[in-house]
Design a protein around this ligand. Structure first.
Ligand code: DX5
Ligand code: ZN
Length: 219
């Protein structure tokens, strides 16, 4: 059984007070930092490049959980690994949901020394990737449409979590099951009950007391 991990999403960081908040993260029980990369094409929003990742890792040396929401993850994965990504998660939709292209990118990420995961948007079926589960360190289930923080939790996405949980057990695998979007004090319990072991939380952590809200999600 995987230990529960909280991955605060710095998409919701207050960029007027970066130092203070990174310090609070270092003093908190968070071991991961969730880093959302958006290219303005795969999703209608723009975020951070590799230099920001390198700077953040220096200031807050946590496990860097990089979530690529980009059209060309095969191009960007190596660049983010060189700049401090410990785990790269990319969207299957960006590779046309093609299992052989997905498998090739997972292999490439592993060869470069990072962990590898896939993510699916709410409308994408997860069961079509059953044959890939053995190659994965993590599966990220989106519980909002990717692109923005602060949206509400889509409870129907927990069906994917339950399926992933059962498949992991049946095949004796160890991948993490991460959920991203709308996690707060009332939704996180449902995610845990369904079988998640890795919780991304953005607005809930950064719009509240950082240390206390992270502690709350571990209770
Ligand atoms: C959305 C991002 C999320 C986002 C979650 O596309 O992938 O990581 O930061 O934000 P909250 O926790 O506010 O829903
Ligand atoms: Zn994310």
């Amino acid at each position: 059984k995987n230990e529960l991990v909280i991955a605060p999403s710095i998409l919701s960081l207050d960029y007027g007070h970066v130092d203070e908040q990174l310090k609070a993260l270092m003093d908190s029980k968070a071991k991961w930092l969730h880093f959302d990369v958006m290219d303005g094409h795969f999703v209608p929003n723009l975020t951070f490049g590799p230099d920001i990742l390198r700077g953040f890792k220096k200031a807050a040396p946590l496990f860097m959980d990089v979530h690529l929401m980009v059209d060309d993850p095969a191009f960007f994965a190596p660049i983010f690994i060189q700049n401090g990504a410990d785990l790269i998660t990319f969207h299957t939709e960006a590779l046309n949901n093609d299992p052989s292209r997905i498998k090739a990118l997972l292999q490439k990420i592993h060869e470069l020394g990072a962990q590898a995961g896939i993510s699916v948007k709410p409308k994408t079926n997860i069961e079509q990737f059953a044959s890939l589960l053995n190659d994965l360190d993590l599966v990220l289930v989106m519980s909002v449409e990717p692109g923005f923080g602060g949206q509400s939790f889509m409870e129907d996405q927990l069906d994917k979590v339950r399926w992933l949980y059962d498949a992991r057990k049946a095949q004796d695998l160890g991948y993490r099951i991460e959920i991203d979007g709308g996690i707060n004090a009332s939704t996180y319990k449902k995610a845990l009950l369904a079988g998640c072991d890795t919780l991304v939380a953005g607005s809930y952590v950064f719009k509240n007391d950082i240390i206390k809200s992270i502690e709350g999600l571990l209770e």
